[in-house]
Design a protein around this ligand. Structure first.
Ligand SMILES: [Mg+2]
Ligand SMILES: [Zn+2]
Length: 205
């Protein structure tokens, strides 16, 4: 069985789209929006070189909420995989949950429902584990929110949070004491995470 690194998309691999004039923040919804976060390319290269299969699991509820068309989400996801590919990084699988329990004005009613794939549900992670033949005990979810942590726990994966210095909103999550649902590892960037995680001595057989 393979070791896997399942990555959240927004806030972990790519930055949010910020409009300082409007004060708005939204997930990237066009290929031109894609800005890889610092450390992502070097970090993913290091994990791939160490034998990890790389995958993406992303909640994208904005079509259900009537904010972004499904085709824009799909095109942006494809563009992200292609962008990483141009950096020599292969993504073995991608799962995207389009559902949202409440939806929003103008949202696609077919997408408004609960879904076990939507993080913190484990569905997307379990599908990737099955499809890619991953060993859950040797695989990690890397994310930036409580939902990512919950999904990792529910799927039986280890969890690392990448917490940029400016994201003070998630400091309490990252600094939780062990036993109170703390993540297994916290780093400020993906290359730093690779340095820490890949330096760990291998677990005894
Ligand atoms: Mg995120
Ligand atoms: Zn879903």
């Amino acid at each position: 069985m393979a070791r896997g690194l399942i990555l959240d998309r927004d806030g972990t691999l790519v930055d949010f789209v910020r409009d300082p004039e409007l004060g708005s923040v939204s997930p990237a919804f066009h290929p031109d929006h894609l800005r890889l976060l610092p450390g992502v390319v070097d970090g993913l290269r290091a994990f791939a070189a160490a034998g990890y299969l790389l995958a993406i699991a992303t909640n994208q509820p904005d079509a259900a909420k009537g904010r972004i068309p499904v085709r824009a989400i799909a095109r942006t996801n494809q563009a992200l995989v292609a962008l990483l590919g141009r950096h020599g990084i292969a993504i073995a699988g991608i799962e995207c949950c389009l559902h949202h329990p409440e939806g929003g004005p103008g949202g696609d009613p077919a997408l408004v429902r609960t879904c076990d794939g939507r993080k913190p549900g484990p569905g997307m992670l379990l599908r990737l584990v099955a499809r890619l033949g991953l060993d859950p005990a040797a695989s990690w979810l890397v994310g930036d929110t409580e939902n990512d942590l919950g999904a990792a726990r529910a799927a039986g994966l280890r969890c690392a949070l990448v917490v940029p210095v400016r994201r003070c909103d998630i400091c309490p999550l990252a600094n939780r004491p062990p036993g109170a649902g703390a993540p297994d590892l916290v780093a400020s960037r993906l290359d730093e995470l690779a340095g820490v995680l890949l330096a760990e001595p291998p677990a005894p057989c």
